[in-house]
Design a protein around this ligand. Sequence first.
Ligand code: TYM
Length: 333
Amino acid sequence: MENAKKRILSGIQPSGDLTLGSYLGAIRNWAALSDEYDCYYMLADLHTLTVRQVPAELRRHTLMQVAAYIACGLDPEKNVLFIQSHVPAHAQLGWVLDCYTMFGELSRMTQFKDKSAKNADNINAGLFTYPALMAADILLYQADLVPVGHDQKQHVEICRDIANRFNGLYGDTFKIPEPYIPPVGARVMSLTSPENKMSKSDKDPGGCVYMLEKPEDILRKFKKAVTDSDACVRFDPENKPGVSNLMQIYAAASGRSFAAIEAEFSGCGYGDFKKAVGEAVVELLRPIREETERLLADKAYLESVYRSGAERASRAAARTLAKVYKKVGLLAP
Ligand code: TYM
């Protein structure tokens, strides 16, 4: 019985090419969960509008991301793959939740503070209320689990606060979701400034590895990755952030433990180590890149996937939205 399974919802913004960070922190774990759970994986295109986008690029990235989800092993029959803006209930519940989310709590969001510092000329209302829309994404599906990288944990926590507040006022309406943060790969840092997370908005293109990048470019970026003057491969994030980040990436890509990695490279220089990490990442991403490129040639198939995903998602979302509208006192149409 489908309903006996627990639910998962997660999403990624199609605001640029997917990064190694979003792969290791999120998508890679999604496919592994899809046997055990009833999974909804979306493309958070409405969220991208909080930062100015080039319209044609946003469309291109969205289609590419649908292809990449499938190429990462997300079977569109087993998982509901859909685009957020194709299910209007997200914006509808988002508005209701805006009215149950406090100015003070939104002001404390780390991502809002970071993004408003980076986009000082466009601190719009959407950037501020972003977590309420994300809460709507999750709560519409009554999700039990939300697999995300570490940077999204605070947003899942505020979602829980909003749901508890609403349930407290109107009785049980929303399932309270748990974040699922992977043990390795939850915080992939920039290769050139390892104190910052790897991000597609990174000003330095050398710091960020993209999932669909050419192997020679990936190898070059790892070759230039920042390390230290110690010449010792040892896991110590505080004192050796660059080397520790590379170890995390290598561990996530190869399945090896930190102890095994330290033993493998004891007495070697960083050159060999960086080359091995780069090669492991190239091999990890190669089949995904090839499959994404193959899928992108079949636009009709991709369209059929996101259309059917939107239909399936809309059915699940409509039930929660109707319940919420009734509880808050909106007259049924
Ligand atoms: P976004 O698009 O910034 O990132 C997508 C996912 O990738 C993870 N991630 C990382 N993990 C490890 N290291 C990194 N360097 C790294 N960079 C990104 C993120 O933690 C995330 O899991 N607001 C969300 C999208 C969203 C969403 C949702 C997620 C909208 N609605 C509902 C879950 C549930 C975002 O901007 O993620």
